[in-house]
Design a protein around this ligand. Structure first.
Ligand SMILES: [Zn+2]
Length: 442
């Protein structure tokens, strides 16, 4: 991309610095804490959604009570802002993966935002339930150390650290259940969110983030993590299809924007970690808890390790031909999990501290010209220092340039025909909102 002098005197291309408070929180993420959580989660024997809820030591019931107990411990240092509970519902037999009436419970903690006028919600989730080879087996040991005690441990660690800080918007820390029986806990929560008009700005689903050793190649690589995002909005696609086609926005859906944000922010705060964007909603033959949120119109992505090991997922614990099967704690890489947790924390904190996105972002197409005029309105929530205008070539995966202005308009010497644009709000400490792609103003 050629560089140009900007016509707008109030703007200059900027390099973003780290926010010292987020930097501090990132440093607090501890591999030892993560290991302790996973050791405890594995100790429940099985966390099958169909397992017992009446035993204090074993099964999903004891596991979900323990997660809530951890949340409540952290709540003591939160000035009453972190509250936790098990959100239960009764599952009826469905002829598929639920064969008896089952108490499903999502372990939830809410870190209430400090700004009463700000109703934004950010969600980080992992799934508490685990399985062996037979998804209906509810008694055999199913350690689920990586799938998905790793995601739950990341959720717990983020709650521990973030609950000692204040954010204007609300954060939900969630360990859902029923994932292996068909995303049932996430479906329950997403439906509830839709029904109650929760203003969920972003959801990060963490599922299998704590090892990185593919079974075929034995490639060990603890420097890369994937973020999966859908390109086109599942929600109301037909309504949006015409504008997506006209403006070439098939790579600019809200989940894709969130994925770019995860990459930019995560890499800003966590050293030796590359966030690899994958342009699809999920992997083949597998689902994830972000999907019910995507289907209900929310912005959600899936975060998963780079190289999966299928000998360690959904397997009975056994040794066959010298190969050890099972999702055991000995296969975990806690330093890798620390980095992935820190990456999640930096993204969540940056979003929850940031003002909301600017409103009514428009690109002016009234005149034929080789420059671009953008206009927008101030965001609904948060203290705004100014705005970033993002620019990238239409074939570029990532935003390439970032310009700062205190105005709500900018003229750029880049043709609107040849580039994509978006606008973010930013506050004094450099926390940016999710970017908004302009609509057309005639
Ligand atoms: Zn999983």
């Amino acid at each position: 991309m050629a560089s140009f002098l900007l016509s707008n005197k109030n703007s200059a291309q900027i390099i973003v610095q780290r926010d010292v408070i987020i930097e501090q929180m990132v440093k607090e993420v501890s591999a030892d804490s993560l290991k302790a959580y996973i050791t405890r989660l594995v100790s429940f024997g099985t966390r099958s959604t169909l397992s017992t809820t009446n035993n204090k030591q074993k099964g999903i019931g004891a596991a979900r009570e323990w997660v809530v107990q951890k949340f409540n411990e952290f709540g003591k240092n939160s000035n009453g802002r972190l509250t936790a509970y098990v959100d239960t519902t009764s599952l009826q037999p469905d002829g598929k993966r639920v064969d008896v009436v089952t108490s499903l419970g999502n372990a939830m903690a809410t870190l209430k935002g400090t700004d009463p006028a700000d109703n934004r919600i950010y969600i980080i989730s992992g799934h508490l339930d685990s399985r062996v080879s037979d998804v209906m087996n509810r008694t055999a040991d199913a350690p689920g150390a990586n799938d998905d005690a790793s995601g739950v441990a990341a959720v717990i660690e983020c709650a521990r650290i973030m609950s000692r800080h204040a954010f204007p918007s609300t954060i939900l820390f969630v360990a859902v259940s029923g994932e292996e029986q068909g995303l049932l806990g996430a479906e329950y929560l997403a439906a509830k969110a839709k029904k109650n008009n929760w203003n969920i700005d972003a959801m990060l689903n963490n599922d299998i983030i704590g090892s990185n050793n593919s079974n075929e190649t034995n490639i060990v690589n603890n420097t890369r993590i994937r973020v999966f995002s859908e390109g086109l909005p599942f929600f109301e696609l037909e309504k949006n299809a015409t504008s997506i086609r006209n403006f070439g926005l098939e790579n600019d859906g809200s989940a894709r924007q969130l994925a770019r944000y995860v990459k930019e922010t995560g890499e800003r705060y966590v050293d030796n970690l590359e966030v690899v964007m994958v342009y699809r909603n999920d992997r083949f033959l597998r689902g994830g808890d972000h999907t019910p949120f995507v289907q209900n119109g929310f912005t959600a992505v899936r975060i998963t390790e780079m190289n999966e090991n299928y000998n360690h997922q959904h397997q009975d614990i056994r040794t066959e031909n010298g190969i050890k099967y099972g999702d055991l704690i000995e296969f975990m890489d806690f330093e890798y999990l620390r980095k992935n947790t820190a990456m999640n924390l930096s993204v969540l904190a940056n979003l929850a501290k940031a003002p909301s996105s600017p409103q009514e972002v428009k690109v002016d197409v009234k005149n034929l010209s080789n420059s671009t005029l953008l206009n927008w309105n101030a965001p609904k929530n948060g203290n705004v220092k100014g705005f970033y205008v993002l620019v990238r070539e239409t074939t570029s995966a990532f935003w390439q340039k970032k310009f700062f202005t205190q105005n709500t308009t900018m003229t750029l010497p880049y043709s609107k025909d040849n580039y994509f644009f978006a606008v973010q709000s930013v506050n004094e400490s450099g926390n940016e909102s999710l970017p908004l792609v302009p609509g057309i103003s005639r």
